[in-house]
Design a binder for this molecule. Structure first.
Ligand code: SDX
Length: 445
């Protein structure tokens, strides 16, 4: 039971507290400390401003917990990633995306009956309203598919006006099902639109990853045959990208949702955040970087640039706010990369050769070792997606398709959290202090 923050008369503070001393006034404040099931304890600072008149200051939230959550646990030092307690390595090896989606959304892996039921629901919500097709027509054909995905997903909220009462658990569940089901359709349509090919409808006889491949690569002129190797690789890539604790895009969805905004609009906000090259846009940026490097001999030149403080260039696909060890997803992705290229009979993929040599060299460099910069989930994913036939501009779109289940599970958890309030951070003001207004006539010039 955590204690409220109080001014300590000087008694011995309880174990589950910290004492803050303002050395400018000598005032002491005792703050509760909370322990979770695993991971770092937290100092509950909710009373801090009321007790001290001070805010905390943590740009980038490097030391800040924003919420309680039961969905995903990451240990960055150990390179551990758990979804509802299950290791990502086990889920990637033994589950399909539908099972992982159910786990994230409902907290448990489904049994056979429930899996079939859930898969049926997701399959049968995969079509989009025919009117939504008109929205694509407004984009230029060369529009980036992430711009299209962001716009169309936001527009989706206009098609479900019947859904506004998200205090109703059933409405929340239906919104979640619609988003998980329709994101592959919307994503594939974005690709088709950019190629000038007709949109392909989802098929109810195909599984989730198979449908995504069919809607992306099928053409009406012939029967599309799903390549089981590619379908399994796609499914595994979706699992590896499904959720990842309170990353930038998930925090964006939570903050947008904290005002009561429509969940589909909140997911559009998450898509916008994911697009950035420092976040989900990195998988596209990795392929561009590997292409720029061009050949192994040029790797030292790029390593030098990455180390140069005056050069904004960063080694894309390297580093992570939380992982200071290998990103466990990157290790599964690297194995999958070799499997897929091997099974596709792609013997010498120059980009893979460059990526492996880049990884080998970087991991020997003091600069990367000292800063604990390891390959992250984005380092290898692009190579697999390129081998599967996706254009580079679709890589982050596929990340968004996968992350939609994480975003909507976190949104649902936020809405159902009794402690939930509208998110409203404060600041350290460093601007002008009050000054006398000067009318235009007296401003000179
Ligand atoms: C994702 O949060 C998540 O969980 C994200 C994600 C998810 O699943 O949701 O895992 C997905 O976004 C993975 C990250 C993809 N982004 C990239 O690969 C882009 C390249 N990486 C960097 O931009 C960076 O590593 C970040 C953004 C990922 C993390 O940045 P941090 O935590 O703010 O770390 P930092 O910028 O403070 O870096 C610490 C030091 C700095 O050097 P110093 O000032 O200490 O001398 O490391 C350096 C940085 O300059 N550094 C890099 C580097 N990443 C960090 N130097 C060169 N190349 C890099 N990639």
């Amino acid at each position: 039971m955590s204690q409220p923050a109080t001014v300590a008369p000087a008694p011995k503070a309880a174990e589950d507290t910290v004492t803050l001393i303002d050395n400018s006034t000598g005032k002491q404040v005792i703050l509760p400390v909370r322990s979770g099931a695993m991971g770092p304890r937290v100092i509950d600072i909710r009373k801090l401003y009321a007790e001290t008149g001070m805010f905390t200051f943590d740009p980038g939230f490097t030391s800040t917990g924003s919420c309680d959550s039961k969905i995903t646990f990451i240990d960055g030092d150990q390179g551990i990633l758990l979804h509802r307690g299950y290791a990502i390595e086990d889920l990637a090896e033994h589950c399909d995306f539908i099972e992982v989606a159910h786990l994230l959304l409902y907290g448990e892996l489904p049994d056979r009956t429930r899996k079939h039921e859930f898969e049926e629901i997701i399959t049968r919500h995969s079509m989009v309203h025919e009117q939504l097709i008109m929205f694509y027509r407004g984009f230029r054909r060369d529009a980036h598919p992430m711009a299209i995905l962001c716009g169309i997903t936001g527009a989706l909220s206009a098609f479900y006006g019947d859904q506004q009462d998200f205090d109703d658990p059933r409405e929340r569940e239906i919104a979640a099902h619609r988003l998980i089901s329709k994101m592959p359709t919307i994503a594939a349509m974005a690709h088709k639109y950019s190629t000038g090919q007709p949109f392909i409808y989802p098929r109810n006889d195909l599984r989730y990853a198979e449908n995504l491949l069919a809607m992306t690569f099928a053409v009406p002129c012939e029967q599309f045959k799903v390549n089981p190797i590619l379908a399994r690789a796609m499914d595994r890539i979706l699992i590896l990208h499904a959720d990842h604790e309170q990353n930038a895009s998930t925090s964006t969805v939570r903050l947008a949702g904290s005002s009561g905004a429509h969940p589909m609009a909140c997911i559009a906000a998450g898509i916008a955040s994911l697009w950035g090259p420092a976040h989900g846009g990195a998988n596209e940026a990795v392929l561009t970087m590997l292409g720029e490097i061009g050949r192994k001999e040029r790797i030292p030149e790029f390593i030098k640039r990455a180390k140069d403080k005056d050069d904004p260039f960063k080694l894309m696909g390297f580093g992570h706010r939380v992982y200071k060890n290998f990103d466990p997803r990157a290790q599964v992705m690297r194995r999958t990369c070799h499997e897929v290229l091997g099974e596709l009979g792609i013997k010498n993929e120059p980009l893979l050769d460059i990526a492996m040599e880049l990884e080998r060299i970087a991991l020997q460099e003091d600069y990367f070792i000292e800063r604990k910069l390891y390959p992250n989930v984005d380092f290898y994913s692009g190579i697999i997606l390129k081998a599967m036939g996706f254009p580079t501009s679709m890589f982050t779109v596929l990340f968004a398709v996968a992350r939609t289940v994480g975003w909507i599970s976190q949104w649902k958890e936020m809405i159902e959290d009794p402690q939930q309030k509208i998110g409203r951070p404060r600041q350290l003001f460093t601007g002008n202090t009050p000054r006398q207004f000067v009318p235009l006539s007296r401003r000179g010039g």
